[in-house]
Design a protein around this ligand. Structure first.
Ligand code: SAH
Length: 232
């Protein structure tokens, strides 16, 4: 069993990070792997409905919306969501989500981007249907390892039969850093999704950045996979 198996981050700890501006995970540019593999998700379609689990304020959402796609994200931090719209100079409105007590949805004025403010596990296809594309960066690696099965069944339930799910994972020595982000191995990923999806490793690269030095780790391998639902 992984040394990280029992590590649990409370939702309030994420909110504390947003409040304190400790959001080292945020990237000011479109993610290089989303850019590189976008065609694999879009496969010639004009407009895809994208899902962003644990979206933070990822600039990728605006980038896709500008191309004509629509995006639904889920994020617990209202501060993070508001920063997204402010950073992107987008006007938005705020509404309750009748199916989820206490949840709100923040929608861009043009309706292309909707961010649901709630715990991811309260979200389902009953709220916003299924999706044609999923971009999972800082999501599977960010959830508590004990919740992975629940996460995988939710994500597969949100996939249209022709959905393309692009996922970015990180491998490092978990003895040296407790996470998050947590280690997700190739076997770990297969174990979660193999029953429902075909899994293709698209790329494996050295993902070590200067900021990782402070974590005490010596290497970081970034792997990107494409998941597609198995044909029935
Ligand atoms: N994908 C984004 C954010 C990664 S950090 C990016 O790449 O920049 C993980 C984010 O998930 C944080 O913003 C945190 O507030 C949010 N989060 C963590 N657990 C959550 C949960 N159970 N439900 C909804 N949001 C959650």
């Amino acid at each position: 069993m992984s040394v990280q198996a029992n590590r649990v981050m409370a939702l309030s700890e994420w909110e504390d990070r947003w409040q304190a501006g400790r959001i080292g995970f945020h990237q000011p540019q479109v993610h290089k792997f989303l850019e590189k593999y976008l065609d694999k998700i879009v496969h010639g379609q004009k407009s895809i409905r994208f899902f962003f689990p644990l979206c933070g304020k990822a600039v990728d959402m605006k980038w896709l919306a500008d191309m004509g796609h629509t995006v639904a994200g889920v994020e617990i931090s209202e501060k993070g969501i508001k920063q997204f719209f402010e950073d992107q100079s987008l006007t938005y409105n705020e509404e309750p989500v009748p199916e989820i007590p206490g949840a709100k949805v923040f929608k861009s004025a043009d309706g292309k981007i909707s961010i649901y403010q709630c715990d991811l596990y309260k979200f389902s296809s009953a709220i916003a249907g299924k999706f044609g594309g999923i971009w999972d960066r800082g999501a599977l690696v960010a959830i508590n390892p004990c919740d992975r099965k629940k996460y995988a069944s939710l994500l597969t339930s949100l996939m249209e039969s022709d959905c393309r799910y692009l996922i970015d994972t990180l491998e490092y020595n978990p003895e040296q850093y407790k996470g998050p982000p947590f280690l997700v191995t190739e076997d770990g990923l297969k174990n979660l999704f193999e029953g429902a999806c075909d899994i293709e490793l698209l790329q494996s690269t050295d993902g070590f950045e200067e900021r990782h030095r402070a974590w005490g780790i010596e290497y970081m391998t970034e792997k990107v996979y494409l998941l597609t639902p198995k044909k029935q």
